[in-house]
Ligand binder design. Structure first.
Ligand code: CP
Length: 308
C-alpha cells in the first residue's frame, strides 16, 4: 500500500490513489461493524485534531477513526485554545509540534491554511476543510458512498446543487469525481456560481430542474452564509421555492437516484424534510462512511512511521 505525505486537496490526486483510499476504506468499514470496533494498527501514532472552525461530523469522525486504529488523539478548538488570546496559527502549530504528533488534522476558515502548515511543520497534514478551497475527505467519503450504491463512478451522472461558489465540498467532489470518470452537473443561483466553472469540465445550470433530470446522484449543498459578504439571494423561502429539493423535483432524477448532503442540513431550505428522510437518502450513510474513509487516510499517512 503506497503511503502519502499529506492530504491537502483532491486536485492532482490520481485515479489510482483515489481507488487505493476507497478500497482500503472498504476494509476498514468492516472494523466498525464488529462487536469490538478497534484494531491495534496505529498504536504509538499521535493525531492532533486542530479545528479552528466549528464541526460536528468531521471532527468526531476523525476522532473515532483514530481511536478505532488505536492512535492517541489530542483535540482542541479555537475557543478553548490560546488562539483566542492572539497566538498565531504558526506559533500554535510549533507548540503542538513540541508534543511530537505524527498527523495534524486541520480545519481553518482560510483557504490555503493547510498548505501553509504543511510547509511549516514536520507532520503529515490532513485538510479537514479550508475556507472555500477543499474538503478532500468529504469528497472521498462521498465517492465511497456513491460507489457502494452504484458500483462504479465511471460515467455516473452526479448533480451538485446549491451554493457552489462558497463550497469546499463542491470543489473536492468536482475534482475527485472528474478524476474518476463521473459526469458532473452543477446548479445554483447565478450569484452562487463561481466564474469559469465550465472550464473544469462540469455542466453548469442556473436552474435545478435540468441539472437533476436523469441524474444518478443528487447532492444538495447548504448556503454558506458564514462565507458571504452580502446576501446573494432574497430570502430562505425564495431560495427553497426556486432551488430546494422536494419530492416532485426528485422525480426528475433516475428512479434509483440517491440523495446526498454533506451536512449540516437546513431542512426546509435546500431540502425538504420528507426528502432528507426518504428511502433514497444516504445522508447518514455518508457519516458512517466518513469514519471508514478517515481510517484509510490516517493509515496511509502514518503506517510507514511504524515500520522498522
Ligand atoms: N460535512 C461536514 O464537514 O460537516 P461538519 O462541518 O459538521 O464537519
Amino acid at each position: 500500500m503506497p503511503s502519502m505525505n499529506h492530504l491537502l486537496e483532491l486536485e492532482g490526486v490520481s485515479r489510482e490513489q483515489v481507488a487505493t483510499i476507497l478500497d482500503l476504506a472498504r476494509e476498514f468499514k468492516a472494523v466498525s461493524q464488529r462487536r469490538i470496533k478497534k484494531v491495534p494498527t496505529l498504536r504509538g501514532i499521535t493525531v492532533v485534531l486542530f479545528f479552528i472552525e466549528p464541526s460536528t461530523r468531521t471532527r468526531l469522525s476523525f476522532e473515532v477513526a483514530a481511536k478505532r486504529l488505536s492512535a492517541d488523539t489530542l483535540s482542541f478548538t479555537a475557543s478553548s485554545s490560546s488562539l483566542s488570546k492572539g497566538e498565531t496559527l504558526l506559533d500554535t502549530a510549533r507548540n503542538l509540534m513540541a508534543m511530537k504528533p505524527d498527523v495534524v488534522v486541520l480545519r481553518h476558515f482560510a483557504s490555503g491554511a493547510c498548505h501553509f502548515l504543511a510547509r511549516s511543520i514536520p507532520a503529515a497534514i490532513v485538510n479537514a476543510g479550508d475556507g472555500a478551497h477543499e474538503h478532500p475527505t468529504q469528497g472521498l467519503l462521498d465517492m465511497f458512498t456513491m460507489r457502494e450504491h452504484k458500483g462504479s463512478l465511471d460515467k455516473l451522472e452526479v448533480a451538485v446543487v446549491g451554493d457552489i461558489r462558497h463550497s469546499r465540498v463542491a470543489r473536492s467532489n468536482i475534482q475527485g469525481l472528474l478524476t474518476m470518470g463521473a459526469r458532473v452537473r452543477v446548479a445554483g443561483p447565478r450569484t452562487m456560481l463561481p466564474p469559469m466553472l465550465d472550464r473544469l469540465g462540469v455542466r453548469v445550470f442556473d436552474r435545478i430542474e435540468p441539472a437533476i433530470e436523469g441524474a444518478d446522484v443528487v447532492m444538495m449543498l447548504r448556503i454558506q452564509k458564514e462565507r458571504m459578504g452580502n446576501d446573494l439571494f432574497p430570502s430562505d423561502r425564495e431560495y427553497a421555492r426556486v432551488f430546494g429539493l422536494d419530492a416532485t423535483r426528485l422525480g426528475l432524477a433516475k428512479p434509483d437516484a440517491i440523495v446526498m448532503h454533506p451536512g449540516p442540513m437546513n431542512r426546509g431550505v435546500e431540502i425538504t424534510p420528507d426528502v432528507a428522510d426518504c428511502g433514497r437518502s444516504v445522508i447518514l450513510e455518508q457519516v458512517e462512511n466518513g469514519v471508514a474513509v478517515r481510517m484509510a487516510v490516517l493509515y496511509l499517512l502514518s503506517a510507514h512511521l511504524l515500520e522498522g
